[in-house]
Design a protein around this ligand. Structure first.
Ligand SMILES: [Zn+2]
Length: 158
């Protein structure tokens, strides 16, 4: 593992349940998504943590134009594995998945909290979740409601 990789994973907290999100606790930009700074030969570069995770876990370098979309709707989630347990899907795969979800009229438990809330709220919610993770770790009674607003004992759909 490189120093960047070790530093990256030190900023990620994985939820206790099998299919839980893996949440980024580092910097969050004004768009509500994470930022991870890596050293380059010429200085530093900010990368999106979910894209960095995708590269680490799948070995695949995404085209800069290819979107990586969250099926869990949690903007700071970095669970970008190569398997079906991934929460992040590139390009058309993501569109198909989201289309399927909408056809079922059955979005996941987090959707209503994160979709259509406007940029300022979206960013504020991301930072609130990040700050709670940094302060308490993954405390179910704090973290689960911040992700979904649902009762912490309610089953997550994803
Ligand atoms: Zn997730």
């Amino acid at each position: 593992m490189t120093a960047d990789e070790a530093r990256f994973w030190s900023k990620v907290i994985k939820g206790p349940r099998e299919n839980d999100c893996w949440l980024w606790t580092g910097a969050v930009g004004d768009d509500g998504y994470g930022r991870f700074w890596i050293k380059t030969p010429t200085g530093q570069q900010a990368v999106r943590p979910q894209r960095f995770a995708y590269l680490l876990l799948t070995g695949e370098q995404l085209d800069p134009d290819t979107k990586l979309m969250h099926s869990c709707d949690i903007p700071i989630c970095v669970r970008a594995t190569a398997g079906t347990d991934s929460h992040l899907f590139p390009g058309t795969q993501a569109e198909n998945l989201i289309d399927r979800t909408q056809k079922r009229r059955h979005a996941n438990a987090h959707s209503w909290r994160w979709r259509g809330v406007g940029r300022a709220n979206f960013t504020a919610q991301s930072r609130q979740l990040r700050d709670a993770l940094k302060a308490h770790g993954w405390d179910e009674s704090v973290i689960r409601p911040l992700m979904s607003g649902h009762d912490p004992d309610a089953p997550t759909l994803f």
